[in-house]
Design a protein around this ligand. Structure first.
Ligand code: PLP
Length: 467
């Protein structure tokens, strides 16, 4: 029942105003200059860091921020952060979901301080009592009964894929065009007019992904049925709604049909809830009553401390534990020394028990409703050919009049110049959006005033563009 959780806005293309590209270029220049002016210390820090940091940043995707250099963080709390130039920001990026619980919530601070300081022992290769509590809570929320931990969502997907291939005894996986599931080798493939191809820029691919993976467009059942008919797909890895190429929602009945087709063809199904967790306390899986074989998740579940998890149905768990050809204990390719460490698990428990609670989600979703209504009002009042899609506590606008149906359609609506303009405009006025896309996420610490501040700045940006 995606319709209950998600709302869309759109208008026929003909009704939209045309963006004056010369004016947009002038505005980008003006905002770039203002950005440089407002952030001299960050600019200097970035220039100096190039000597020893690859690309001048601790992780190369931090170069994605607009303005030529990233802001340097001084401090963060709740839904707010401050840069080293002393500028304050309302944070709707929230670490691209890693900080969905808000920055350093008190309960997680206390749990981390207790485990690392008072009790001691972050990494010991021994279980702590918190782990079974967390597994029980993830089972209650998402359905699969048997859970294991990782440090990232990428690893949760990698290991879940390996287990699924082992269990199904088939070589391939299937993903959706323009999905993103972390840096998982098998997933960098897109559906093109001439058939599947490696995604542009795929760095040092171990093999051509066409050898490992089949790919179809989201919301296209006929293609899915055709690809699964080959009988060589162990597992379909999917987000119940795409979230990394704008938000692409499933059409009514689509996810039920995916489940039916996977079951009929003996194919397992993984729901990657890393981002779609925004739909509610049990992600889309619970909100839409889905029944995957495996759920993977990461990023937000430990309040920003590295942690991920994957859960298997009881039947799959039993089979993999009894499979004598599967080394899941030592060097079989599933596992990591720090995975499930005491610190991550303590942080997960605090986050799930005290921060990202059912009550918190109700507030966060209401804030996202307000955010979506505000942005939609601006779009509609100015007849902009844009749309906004909401998925629980997250919303994202896209530069096309109707919400896209597929990853390919959504990718085609990308507009890097408009992205740059809006990101610079908002950041120069104290509002931070996610750099990879126009995503805004609500945390338990976000307020209605934060949302309204964004709506005002977005309205000003749109008016200046059309003047
Ligand atoms: C749906 C989804 N799964 C997995 C990942 C990987 O997360 P991480 O980079 O924390 O491993 C991402 C990252 O954006 C994601 O969006």
């Amino acid at each position: 029942m995606p319709e209950q959780q998600a709302t869309e806005s759109g208008r026929p293309a003909a009704a939209g105003k045309t963006i004056d590209r010369d004016r947009l270029a002038d505005l980008i220049q003006r905002e770039r200059a203002a950005y440089a002016e407002r952030h001299p210390r960050s600019r200097q820090a970035f220039a100096a860091a190039g000597a020893n940091l690859l690309g001048g940043v601790p992780m190369t995707w931090m170069r994605m921020w607009p303005g030529g250099f990233p802001l340097y963080l001084a401090s963060a709390s709740g839904a707010r952060l401050t840069d080293i130039d002393g500028n304050g920001f309302t944070d709707f990026c929230l670490g691209d979901t890693g900080a969905m619980a808000g920055h350093s919530p008190a309960a997680v601070q206390a749990a981390v301080a207790r485990q690392y300081g008072e009790l001691g022992g972050a990494t010991t290769m021994l279980p702590t009592l918190d782990a079974a509590w967390v597994a029980g809570e993830l089972a209650r929320r998402f359905g699969p009964t048997h859970w294991s931990f990782t440090l990232t969502a990428t690893d949760a997907n990698r290991w879940a894929i390996r287990l699924a291939r082992q269990l199904a005894g088939r070589p391939k996986i299937l993903v959706f065009s323009y999905c993103y599931h972390g840096s998982v080798d098998e997933t960098f493939i897109v559906a093109g007019p001439d058939g599947p191809q490696s995604r542009a820029g795929n760095v040092g691919a171990p093999v051509d992904p066409r050898q490992t993976t089949r790919v179809v467009e989201f919301n296209d059942l006929a293609s899915l049925e055709r690809e699964l008919a080959a009988g060589d797909v162990a597992v379909v890895l999917m987000e119940p709604a795409l979230t990394n190429v704008g938000i692409v929602l499933p059409e009514p009945g689509y996810l039920d049909a995916v489940r039916e087709l996977t079951r009929r063809s003996g194919t397992l199904l993984i729901n990657d809830e890393t981002h779609t967790f925004s739909a509610g306390p049990g992600g889309c899986t619970r909100a839409w009553n889905l029944d995957p074989d495996i759920v993977t998740i990461g990023k937000s579940i430990a309040g920003g401390i590295p942690a991920g998890a994957f859960g298997l149905s009881a039947g799959l768990a039993d089979r993999i534990l009894r499979d004598e050809t599967a080394d899941i204990i030592d060097t079989g390719g599933v596992g990591g020394t720090l995975a499930g460490n005491a610190l991550s698990v303590a942080a997960m428990r605090a986050t799930l028990e005290q921060v990202l609670t059912d009550a918190a989600f109700a507030r966060m979703v209401a804030l996202a409703d307000r955010y979506t209504a505000g942005v939609r009002g601006v779009i509609d009042n100015r007849a902009l050919p844009w749309s906004i899609v909401q998925l629980g506590a997250r919303a994202e606008y896209r530069f096309c009049p109707l919400p896209p149906r597929t990853g390919g359609e959504s990718e085609a609506a990308a507009d890097p110049e408009l992205d740059e303009y809006l990101h610079l405009y908002t950041v120069n006025r104290g509002v931070l959006l996610t750099p990879f896309h126009n995503m805004a996420l609500m945390s338990p610490a976000t307020t209605e005033a934060d949302v309204d501040a964004h709506t005002d700045v977005f309205a000003q940006a749109a008016s200046e563009l059309l003047r």
